[in-house]
Design a protein around this ligand. Sequence first.
Ligand code: 48F
Length: 257
Amino acid sequence: MDEVVISRAITESYFKELTEAMDLDVAIVGAGPAGLTAAYYLARENAKVAIFERKLSIGGGIWGGGMMFNKIVVQDEGKEILDEFGISSFEYQKGYHIASSIEVASTLCSVAVKAGAKILNLISIEDVVIREAGRVSGLVLNWSPVHMAELHIDPLAIRCKVVIDATGHDCEICHLVTDKMDGKLRTQTGKVMGEKPMWTEVAERETIENTREVYPGLIVAGMSANAVFGSPRMGPIFGGMLLSGKKASKVAAGLLT
Ligand code: 48F
């Protein structure tokens, strides 16, 4: 075995994938449950889709379950998606299904990749590209270690038809649109309204309602949708995240046609 062949194999195949990701149908920011689910359904419909994830690990807030206890809860509607992906669960009490956060995170990652979605980890999105008619038409990326080391290094950019902000509580892409160019979101205030305190029942329902195009070319999904529209947080129940990801894939597919 030759070290240089190994090194070439890695760099050539990685940069081929990165180059292909420079022109996408859908670019998803954040590989949490919402982003991974959206990527799976889009890839299954043959959309050219990639997820950009800041961290080394894929799965966002799934791994830690509730307060580092690695179990998550889903409701009946969410369990249908767990079943579809072959993730085991058991009914703790009527309507409350328990699953291993380890199995959920690893399986969501696996099904998305096997369906054809590309996942580029260790890349942070630091800006959006806005061109014709104020439409989001691309993302600006940099290596996460560049940000961590506070190095002054210019980023690169990719082009895409649709962006899904699946960045969780921080809804970072929506903040970029409002803060950098005073873009008006389709919320009551035109701004990010901010997440409200925990109310699981309402939060789970509203996550799905809030999953929509919030700015031309930009869809919000998962916790980011609730943060943008001023809905509550829900805690370690994940059905809303899975269902929001699925809905985001449909909204994105609608924008592609
Ligand atoms: O936070 P996260 O899991 O978002 P989600 O899919 O799910 C929320 C739940 O985990 C939980 C909850 C309800 O169950 O309240 O919190 O909505 O995943 C978001 C991912 O986005 C990445 C971040 O590292 C995380 O893995 N991320 C955030 N900002 C950026 C980013 C960015 N600017 N560039 C790249 N990745």
